[in-house]
Design a protein around this ligand. Structure first.
Ligand SMILES: Cc1cc2nc3c(=O)[nH]c(=O)nc-3n(C[C@H](O)[C@H](O)[C@H](O)COP(=O)(O)O)c2cc1C
Length: 448
């Protein structure tokens, strides 16, 4: 039987491209991080291409690397996501708007309000990328002397999710009567006071915002460690994966969807979208040459410190042309560290080669023609490696325009991607159900 499923596509904007060399690429907009005109153009082009979402990554400190490397990076600074996405909501109509927000350094009441506001402002297009914040320097910006332990961050994240979703359910969807005649603005029987008191959080509620258009903004997650996967299986509706081969993608997909089945969740209610870097050429050789040129724009001082960041361990004192030493367990992001160590061991790479890889982009990459890229994307979709991708453009605007003008039409021609939006909200684009209000749905059942 033919597989009629379609790809879901997000655009990863951190802040513009993830690649350290991107701002030096010919034709790039080096000031795009703070140039709203450019960001508006990117969002509109993505909407023209019928992307599911514009995804804004976020960090709560400048990247933790020495100034020698930092001074070369355009990712050192970016807009605060809610401010940017609120502005983009006003100049777009359909595309989903996903903001990253941290459960370690924020408060659930703040997060619930901001996302509810963005969802109302955008007519139901908001999504929350839940992160636990891996960068240890963030702690120093919030009054702490050190980073909370990895597993403890995830324990807090799970409780945080319950509180935020509970706050979104403060008012029933039909709570606001606005009855001019009687003078009753809302029905107090349709207001729930959360009164949450848990191990990490204490929040009375209710939220002082009407229930979001989507019920709850779409829940997105990107953690890939054991507790990250479990949190995703229990809560996520979209995962930004980081698997770099189809086989690894298939293992991840089967693992997380299997966990969902075990806890009674419908696996179709989660879309797994691995991050995919994409370089388009007229020929495969041209695409490879573009990528090689881009990679050559990353200085060794940047590469070595990206590598240290991924490892959570400083290897700059070791021989650059020697092998990677034993790397001890650290409190940094586990999945990134394991991936790079695996690459080092399986391909016998030297520290210099690893630095080049880390500084450029070491994850899944589609480098080829529109046809070869569409082939690879279809293989992932049909092979249950993913439900789509979170696209990373190598340089802007050209990399984004190439994808929109050349690859999207090829995907559409093959029936792999929508030609029109079929609904209004981000949940509609992703084929996700609108969650029931946990307090008022229960009451309706109890009354039967
Ligand atoms: C595509 C993608 C986007 C991410 N965006 C962010 C981000 O914007 N901010 C952040 O703090 N972490 C971000 N992360 C990191 C994850 O939240 C997570 O910390 C990391 O994948 C390691 O997972 P682990 O903490 O479960 O080991 C992202 C990860 C991926 C794969």
């Amino acid at each position: 039987m033919a597989d009629s499923r379609k790809l879901h596509l997000g655009a990863f904007m951190r802040p513009v491209s993830i690649h350290t060399g991107a701002w030096r690429y010919p034709g790039a907009y080096p000031d795009a991080n703070f140039n709203f005109g450019h960001l508006k153009r990117f969002a509109r082009r993505l909407e023209e291409a019928k992307f599911d979402a514009f995804f804004m990554a976020d960090h709560l400190a400048v990247l933790n690397m020495p100034v020698e490397a930092l001074k070369r990076s355009h990712t050192v600074t970016s807009f605060e996501p809610f401010t940017l996405l609120s502005a983009l909501a006003a100049v777009t109509e359909k595309i989903g708007l996903i903001a990253t927000a941290s459960t370690t350094f924020d408060e659930p009441f703040h997060i619930a309000r901001r996302f509810a506001s963005l969802d109302h402002l955008s007519g139901g297009r908001a999504g929350w990328n839940i992160v636990t914040t891996a960068n240890p320097d963030a702690a120093l910006n919030f009054g702490y002397e050190s980073q909370m332990d990895h597993d403890a961050r995830y324990v807090r994240a799970r409780e945080f999710y319950d509180v935020v979703t509970g706050l979104w359910d403060s008012f029933a969807d039909d709570a606001f009567l606005r009855d001019v005649e009687s003078g009753i603005f809302f029905d107090p029987d349709k207001l729930h006071v959360l009164d949450h008191k848990g191990p990490s959080l204490s929040v009375r509620g209710p939220l002082n915002i009407a229930r979001p258009v989507q019920g709850w903004p779409v829940i997105v997650q990107a953690g890939a460690s054991e507790p990250g996967r479990q949190l995703a299986a229990e809560t996520a509706e979209v995962i930004f994966g980081a698997e770099s081969t189809l086989a690894a993608g298939q293992r991840f997909y089967a693992d997380v969807k299997g966990r969902m089945k075990r806890i009674g969740r419908n696996p179709d209610h989660l879309k797994i979208l691995p991050a995919a870097f994409v370089v388009v050429g007229e020929t495969v050789e041209e695409a490879r040459a573009k990528r090689a040129h881009l990679d050559s724009l990353v200085h060794y001082d940047s590469g070595i410190h990206s590598l240290n960041g991924m490892l959570g361990y400083d290897v700059s004192g070791f021989d650059p042309d020697g092998p990677l030493p034993e790397i001890p367990e650290t409190n940094a992001s586990k999945s990134a560290r394991e991936r790079i160590i695996e690459a080092a061991r399986s391909k016998n790479l030297t520290i210099r080669q690893l630095a080049e890889k880390a500084g450029s982009y070491s994850g899944l990459a589609f480098v080829g023609t529109p046809a070869t890229i569409a082939d690879e994307m279809a293989e992932w979709l049909h092979g249950e490696g993913s439900d789509g991708f979170n696209m990373m453009f190598p340089y802007l605007p050209e990399g984004l325009d190439d994808f929109v003008d050349k690859v999207v039409p090829e995907l559409q021609r093959r029936g792999l991607f929508r030609t029109e939006y079929e609904g209004e909200t981000l949940r509609d684009h992703l084929g996700l159900p609108r969650p029931e209000n946990r307090f008022f749905a229960e009451r309706a059942e109890a009354a039967e």
